[in-house]
Ligand binder design. Structure first.
Ligand code: PLP
Length: 404
């Protein structure tokens, strides 16, 4: 039995007031709130065993190292990777994609090679590839979408050529909520021996992930969108790929031996982890993933699906409201506009009612360009949101609209 009111007690911030009104937090696509257990775990590590990891022989350093490496195992289990060698700790989704783009580009790309992304990508899954256009002369090709916000699979197949070296697409769109058919995309790309990177930033909080079943070559996500701390995230890569990629940044931990006559590099996963890692962050992330698993990702998905259906129905009752993103397979994100009212105006007035939504282009300007709009208002749901909060959003919108 999914008891959302009980679950909300785990998130102290949800009880606060904003402008003397109860907070209605619907900006979870940007970042999620943190349960007490995550914040307490982080505080506990700082208070009880803070010490730099890996190289210390002393007690605290060993304790911190144990926690850090145990977190890698928690992440491995969370996405069902084969080995912890395939789990690289990064600063987040953006850090992970830049790591792959830079190292893959260095090792495998030449002028004229092609990378396929889609129209609905976050800038983090566009710009790293565009940097390779500039530095290497590769070409970024773009899978078009339909008006409903679904990927055009046939068009994707037509984009594949003998110069295609990598496909990089979002599992779930942060604007449209579209759940992309990533298994089908991976299988199709693999028919041509093309590796696939999946941007799972919006999927990790909402849906079970099994990288082995998906057969993804790379899968990336950020802790802060899965109820964990900021500044830490994951790059999953198949060992066979990670082995072939050169180191990314140089520094401590990623080396085996340093000499001015030649330096050798550490084994996986440390080869890609230069410098002091965010070891308290990884412990916090692991706690967050365990928290999510204790509730059950299927249960969370079902709860959020109910919120999505309810919110879609209620928002559609508002005259002049248009929802962007009507894919058949959709996750708990609703982007919308009302008549020609600027999204900033709607967002600012909703904020005064204690309702936090995101407005603007959501770091997906090419998608905005496709729809011919500057931005949208976006409500994105998390495991702790309620139907009453959806009602508050709708009531708030109705109040705000009376002012126009
Ligand atoms: N990709 C998607 C689909 C996202 O939604 C986001 C953040 O909103 C990112 C990438 C970037 O994530 P981060 O800023 O945590 O690196």
């Amino acid at each position: 039995m999914y008891d959302v009111n009980k679950i909300r007690e785990d998130f102290p911030i949800l009880g606060r007031l904003v402008y003397d009104r109860p907070l209605v937090y619907l900006d979870n696509g940007a970042t999620t709130q943190k349960p007490s257990c995550v914040v307490e775990t982080i505080a506990h590590e700082y208070f009880s065993c803070n010490a730099n990891v890996h190289r210390g022989v002393h007690y605290l350093s060993q304790k911190a190292t144990e926690l850090h490496e145990a977190s890698r195992e928690v992440v491995r289990l969370f996405i069902n990777a084969k080995s912890t060698n395939e789990i690289i700790f990064t600063s987040g989704t953006t850090g992970s994609i830049n790591l792959v783009a830079t190292t893959f580009g260095q090792e495998f790309l030449e002028e004229g090679d092609e990378i396929i992304v889609s129209t609905m990508e976050h800038h983090s899954n566009i710009v790293p590839w565009q940097l390779l256009e500039m530095s290497k002369g590769v070409k970024v090709k773009v899978i078009p979408i339909t008006e409903q916000g679904e990927l055009d699979f046939e068009a994707f197949e037509n984009l594949i050529s003998n110069r295609t070296k990598l496909v990089s697409v979002a599992h779930i769109s942060n604007v449209l909520g579209t759940v992309n058919p990533i298994k089908r995309i991976i299988d199709r790309a693999h028919q041509e021996d093309i590796p696939v990177l999946i941007d799972g930033a919006q999927a990790a909080p909402h849906t079970p992930i099994d990288v082995q079943e998906l057969n993804a070559d790379f899968y990336v996500f950020s802790a802060h969108k899965v109820y964990g701390p900021t500044g830490v995230g994951v790059l999953y890569g198949k060992e066979e790929w990670l082995d072939k990629l050169p180191p990314y940044q140089g520094g401590g931990e990623m080396i085996q031996h340093v000499s001015f006559s030649g330096t050798t590099f550490n084994e996986l996963p440390f080869k890609f982890e230069a410098g002091t890692p965010n070891f308290v962050g990884t412990t916090g992330m692991a706690k967050a993933l365990e928290y999510v698993q204790s509730l059950g990702l299927e249960n969370i998905a079902q709860h959020e699906d109910e919120l999505l259906s309810y919110a879609t129905k209620r928002l559609n009752e508002i005259d002049g409201l248009r929802i962007y993103g009507e894919a058949k397979d959709k996750s708990g994100v609703i982007s919308f506009l009302v008549n020609d009212i600027h999204p900033f105006d709607l967002g600012t007035l909703l904020d005064r009612l204690g309702i936090a939504v995101r407005t603007g282009h959501h770091c997906a300007q090419p998608l905005m360009e496709y729809y011919g709009i500057e931005g949208t208002v976006r409500a994105s749901f998390a495991l702790y949101n309620t139907k009453e909060e959806v009602d508050s959003l709708v009531d708030g919108l109705n109040k705000v609209l009376k002012m126009f």
